[in-house]
Design a protein around this ligand. Structure first.
Ligand code: ACO
Length: 427
């Protein structure tokens, strides 16, 4: 059968080269240009990888025009309405949803693996207490690679499976340590009696002796609605195919580095405000706007090409329609507004800002819609989480995606080290 090909013709010398067109199971076809340099002696130039596919993957599918997000074939709406975060983790890792027993065993396994070596807690003591939790979190994850090293064989699926559950289980503990250190509060260990998500809230809030703070003379407990809201936030961040942080993880992983070093690179890549750091920046921006009467001034700044100001939580490389994760969070914040006590003043500014932007020619022409970071912060504030922990919470949710992507890459024996080329313009 004749293969579909794309012919590149060089009008400098009329040379032509054919490249195979490959079809995925969904989404745009790709042109296999791996031999482009060998055949033509030229490189393909695509800074920011606007049009470049770097791998084949069966984990997550996004249709940015339709605003569709699927993990292992399941739509994100279905996953977040019917399943918990740990079920989604299981789905990503095992390519199928767990049955009741598997879900229970996975939950128990993670509870047991959630403890960290005291050497790691001592490491936190050496960090400055005003350090951002993303910095200490990234460093502590990297330090985890000083453990579990001697016998690590990343070629072994069984060892990778252990690595996967260890890292997913330990990240909330490390994130809580990063927060407590930033507040000058002694670190505490996980409470194995609590579920994954509740345990994280517990480690953020509890006194050093493990007791919960007293409110009106009664010990404050963690509300189910708070656990549900945070679990949904974790679920919405679980994976997002080849974004900047996942690409960082795959790039480091392609060299054969320790998986935890690769995850730590992902954390660092996520920190920037063009990526996961936007959730923290959104709240600072809403505070800065301060009142709906100031919205027009900030919209004008966002449109002014001489002004570096951008509307945080707006725009996305892939979504050219409403980000489906933002849609779910917008609904969730409206549903939980009274129960959680979400800050009405900031909601008013956010809702109005969205309305004005979505009706403005500049935003319409560029397909700029709210992304996942636009509404998550409003919910996190209601959970009494400080803004410096918004991006670490993104890390907790995304770790499963990073480690699943890394495992997929390591299983692909045809994989090569990631090594782009350049257009040299120097002397
Ligand atoms: N506010 C104002 N203008 C914007 C915004 C924004 N938030 N985002 C994009 N634009 C404009 C750009 O100025 C550009 O305009 P031009 O064509 O006149 O030059 C056009 O829209 C395209 O923008 P690019 O920067 O080329 O788009 P890119 O795909 O490279 O960037 C990004 C995507 C980084 C998300 C960008 O939209 C942005 O900076 N948004 C704000 C930060 C943010 O919310 N990041 C979180 C993303 S979601 C995540 O990572 C979890």
């Amino acid at each position: 059968m004749k293969k579909d090909t794309w012919t590149f013709t060089n009008n400098r010398n009329n040379e032509s080269f054919d490249f195979d067109i490959l079809d995925g199971s969904r989404g745009p076809a790709v042109v296999d240009t791996a031999s482009f340099y060998k055949q033509s002696g030229m490189f393909l130039h695509d800074p920011g990888f606007n049009s470049t596919s770097g791998c084949a993957s069966d984990i997550t599918y996004i249709d940015g025009n339709k605003g569709e997000l699927r993990h292992r074939g399941y739509d994100i709406e279905e996953l977040t309405s019917k399943y918990k975060y740990l079920d989604i983790c299981y789905l990503l890792l095992n390519k199928r949803l767990p049955n009741k027993k598997e879900a229970f065993d996975f939950d128990m396994e993670l509870r047991h693996r959630s403890f960290i070596h005291t050497g790691i807690t001592e490491l936190f003591a050496s960090f400055r207490d005003n350090a951002h939790p993303m910095a200490t979190l990234s460093a502590s994850i990297s330090a985890l690679s000083t453990f579990y090293f001697e016998h690590l064989d990343i070629e072994s699926p069984a060892e990778m499976r252990l690595m996967e559950s260890r890292i997913i289980a330990k990240i909330p503990t490390l994130a809580a340590c990063a927060f407590r250190h930033s507040q000058g509060v002694p670190l505490i260990f996980p409470d194995i009696e609590r579920s994954f998500t509740e345990n994280f809230l517990y480690m953020m809030r509890a006194f050093p002796d493990g007791k919960m703070p007293l409110v009106d003379g009664k010990q404050k407990f963690i509300k189910d609605v708070e656990v549900r809201a945070l679990d949904t936030i974790f679920s919405l961040h679980a994976d997002h195919e080849q974004n900047a942080s996942t690409t960082a993880v795959r790039t480091v992983g392609s060299t054969g580095a320790h998986p935890y070093a690769a995850i730590s690179a992902g954390v660092s890549a996520l920190w920037g405000k063009a990526h996961g750091g936007a959730n923290e920046a959104v709240i600072h921006q809403l505070e800065m706007i301060g009142d709906i009467s100031n919205i027009d001034t900030y919209i004008a700044k966002a449109k002014d090409k001489q002004d570096p100001f951008r509307l945080m939580g707006f725009g996305h490389r892939v979504y050219k329609s409403y980000d489906p994760r933002a849609k779910i969070l917008k609904r969730l914040k409206d549903e939980l507004r009274d129960e959680l006590g979400i800050d009405g003043r900031l909601i008013k500014i956010a809702d109005k800002l969205e309305e004005v932007a979505l009706n403005d020619e500049y935003f319409i022409k560029r397909n700029l819609y709210p992304n996942v970071d636009f509404y998550s912060g409003l919910i996190l504030i209601a959970l009494k989480i400080k803004t410096n922990m918004f991006t670490p919470i993104f890390v907790i949710g995304r770790t499963v995606g990073w480690i699943t992507q890394l495992a997929e890459q390591l299983e692909d024996k045809s994989g090569r080290i990631v090594r782009p080329r350049q257009l040299y313009v120097g002397k």
